[in-house]
Design a protein around this ligand. Structure first.
Ligand code: TTP
Ligand code: MG
Length: 408
């Protein structure tokens, strides 16, 4: 088994200290979710908001699709103002019925279910993930890619989110969390921006002050009074001048403007699933080699679960066929267990369906995790055939992963 397979999240394994941090932020997320269940909203202005009733002018905009943003509609705007901005298809009463745009009320439960699916995909690509909000996450991808391949990595990640969930993401990759976040916002929507360590200063230099985390209109106007028009200008200011004006916050601003900041992605909570996946090279057409790779991944996943003191009820595999055809299969047992050989034999049995097919990538996952329970004796459930099921959830890998490990 490859050494890196048993790497713990957050433990640095690369030769130098430099991490590769990826920030993912979904595009007009609530609106994108609404489009998933109503494709007729595709390509037209969509406003998702709360507190609005037709004929009434209350309520605020939660988000607007990019088509609606063309008309100056933005988050936190009163719906009445949004309605004023939207062109009218005909002369109608003052509500959405006459406008060229569409309104949908916020449905957090639905957005959360989509978010879970996105996070599940992201989790399989990173050694650590921190979910910052429903539509935003930081990933430590140091062990998954290299700077030279970061663009291809990000592109594949975006494609996987789109193919598996149906929404677009903007991705930024940089050496720190702060710069990665600025990068993901840089080319929205459907953005992809990689800022290698040597480019951090020049990337930040020309950006407007407001792109810096913690700089709102008030701070920006103070900074302008101090002669700054860009982030580069802030980086040039002597830090004591900033500290004098803003106190400790000033020192932080100076550091951020120079691209300094944390590169630690601290995972939160217990993971919902643990998985490893691996791309196949030459061996993609050699089923014996594919089986051997799946066996290795199964062993790694079981070891990872053991490290974390986790038992599992579900074992699954993911098979990606060329060009990008994702298939998942899983089997759920009647009780939690921790048994590497059962993970391996189950994964290999599930793989049999794909015998002699060309396979680009394989993954193994355990889910339905249990961190507390003592292991039930095997015989209390192992013969429970009714509780064991195969599921064919192509494009859908149980979607409960929040934190997984992987090996590329
Ligand atoms: P954002 O990522 O800030 O916005 P967004 O995803 O809609 O658009 P972008 O393409 O610019 O990333 O926020 C994510 C979701 O959070 C957004 O879809 C709706 C919700 N939200 C609010 O409810 N109120 C707000 O003021 C903001 C900013 C977001
Ligand atoms: Mg977003």
């Amino acid at each position: 088994m490859d050494e890196s397979v048993s790497t713990l999240p957050g433990i640095q394994t690369s030769d130098d200290d430099e991490r590769i941090i990826c920030h993912v932020d979904m595009d007009c997320f609530y609106a994108a979710c609404e489009r998933l269940r109503d494709p007729s909203l595709e390509g037209v202005p969509v406003i998702v908001g709360m507190g609005y009733e037709p004929g009434d002018d209350g309520g605020v905009v939660a988000t607007a699709s990019y088509e609606a943003r063309e008309y100056g509609i933005e988050s936190a705007q009163p719906i009445s103002e949004a309605l004023d901005n939207l062109p009218r298809a005909s002369v109608m009463p003052d509500d959405f019925s006459g406008s060229v745009g569409f309104y949908r009320p916020v449905d957090l439960e639905f957005y959360r279910s989509i978010s879970d699916r996105v996070i599940d995909v992201l989790s399989s690509k990173a050694s650590a993930i921190r979910v910052a909000s429903l539509d935003e996450a930081y990933l430590d991808v140091t062990d998954a890619t290299e700077w030279e391949h970061a663009t291809a990595f990000a592109s594949e990640l975006k494609t996987e989110v789109l193919d598996e969930v149906g929404v677009t993401a903007s991705v930024g990759i940089a050496p720190t969390r702060g710069v990665a976040k600025i990068a993901s916002d840089h080319d929205k929507p459907d953005g992809l921006t990689v800022i290698e360590p040597s480019r951090v200063r020049s990337f930040l230099e020309e950006l407007p002050l407001e792109d810096l985390h913690g700089v709102g209109p008030v701070t920006a106007s103070t900074l302008r009074e101090m002669g700054c028009d860009t982030i580069g200008d802030v980086a040039e200011l002597p830090p004591p001048a900033l500290a004098e004006r803003f106190g400790d916050r000033g020192r932080e601003l100076a550091a951020r403007a120079r691209g300094e900041g944390s590169d630690i992605v601290e995972p939160q909570g217990d993971p919902k699933s643990l998985s490893r996946e691996s791309s196949l090279g030459e061996e993609r057409d050699d089923f014996v080699a594919v089986r051997s790779r799946v066996a290795d991944l199964a062993e790694a996943v079981a070891a990872r679960a053991e490290d974390k003191g986790a038992q599992y009820r579900t074992v699954g595999i993911k098979v990606v066929k060329p060009p990008f055809d994702i298939h998942t299969r899983e089997r759920t047992f009647g009780g939690p267990f921790a048994d590497a050989s059962l993970v391996e034999s189950t994964a290999l049995e599930l793989l049999d369906e794909f015998t002699d097919e060309a396979i680009r990538k394989v993954g193994v996952r355990v889910s339905n995790l249990d961190f507390a329970a003592d292991q039930a004796p095997l015989e209390t459930w192992s013969g429970d055939e009714d509780a064991s099921k195969d599921t064919d959830v192509s494009m859908e890998f149980e979607h409960q992963g929040r934190l997984t490990d992987f090996e590329q």
